[in-house]
Design a protein around this ligand. Structure first.
Ligand code: NAD
Length: 254
């Protein structure tokens, strides 16, 4: 549908590319001409045309090995999509220290590890871009999401600081802030709810558009930020949330 090949000749690495938003992004970048490698802790679902590299973003050695292998196989790296992440539920009273450290380790330090390993390769690119996946949880106070929100706020701040550090090297850094997106992640969340249909309806009702965000719609925003066509865009957070952050609607019919 895009009809563009703006990624022709470019090499991309997508973390968390085995599922959901990462998978949709890998597929879209490939359709637009990129050679794509996926880094994921679970590569069982990753098939042609993607190169699959198994790594856990909490393990620096496995991240370095996977990024080196991906850049070697692709002949370099132009685009890093830092997307792997996990959720957490509860108030500030509900998550113990170990869970805080683990979710911060995956969602924040994980992105740092992958970026650190990728930067030497990105510096050799004429069209270098990093896109981090943050969340509406970074900018809106959502109930029962204190730990997850803290990690995604950190991702948005990390994005701005990285954009400043690397702009003069020609490396752009941006993030996307998806609203509730229809991915296997949300499927798992709904399965655990006492009444999955009611929970889904509540999540949909929270969206001004009245529906969840599509993984392909988040992928479209990531591709926009990563594209060489967006060479003047760095240090931005692009909401892909069906209007949830910015709009204040009156009740339907009022
Ligand atoms: P998903 O669970 O469908 O996919 C996440 C992928 O990350 C999986 O393939 C998983 O194996 C991988 N992963 C998890 N931990 C990893 C680790 N330690 N090392 C390497 N890979 C790991 O989830 P999704 O909904 O596609 O979420 C992708 C990103 O989007 C996450 O960062 C999430 O926080 C963010 N996000 C999701 C939503 C949503 O509603 N789905 C909304 C806003 C932001």
């Amino acid at each position: 549908m895009t009809g563009t090949d703006d990624f022709a000749g470019l090499r991309a690495l997508v973390t968390g590319g085995g599922s959901g938003i990462g998978r949709a992004t890998a597929e879209l970048l490939a359709r637009r001409g990129a050679a794509v490698a996926v880094l994921d802790v679970d590569i069982s679902t990753v098939g042609e045309p993607f190169l699959a590299h198994r790594a856990d973003v909490t393990d620096d050695a496995s991240v370095r090995a996977a990024v080196t292998a991906a850049a070697g196989a692709l002949g370099g790296l132009d685009v890093l999509v830092n997307n792997a992440g996990i959720g957490a539920q509860g108030t500030v009273e509900d998550n113990d220290d170990a869970e805080w450290h683990h979710v911060l380790d995956v969602n924040v330090v994980g992105m740092v590890r992958v970026a650190r390993a990728a930067l030497p390769h990105l510096r050799r690119s004429a069209h270098a871009a990093i896109v981090n996946t943050s969340s509406i949880a970074a900018t809106a106070g959502l109930p029962q999401r204190v730990l997850y929100s803290a990690t995604k706020g950190a991702v948005q701040s990390l994005t701005l600081a990285m954009a400043a550090d690397h702009v003069r090297e020609g490396i752009r850094v941006n993030c996307v802030n998806p609203g509730t997106a229809d991915t296997p992640w949300i499927g798992r969340l709904l399965e655990r709810a006492p009444d999955p249909a009611a929970e889904r309806a509540a999540l949909e009702a929270r969206q001004p558009t009245g529906r969840l965000v599509g993984a392909d719609e988040v992928a479209g925003a990531i591709a926009y930020l990563a594209s060489p066509l967006s060479g003047a865009t760095t240090g931005t957070a692009l909401a892909v949330d069906g209007g949830m952050q910015g709009l204040r609607l009156r009740p339907a019919g009022a």
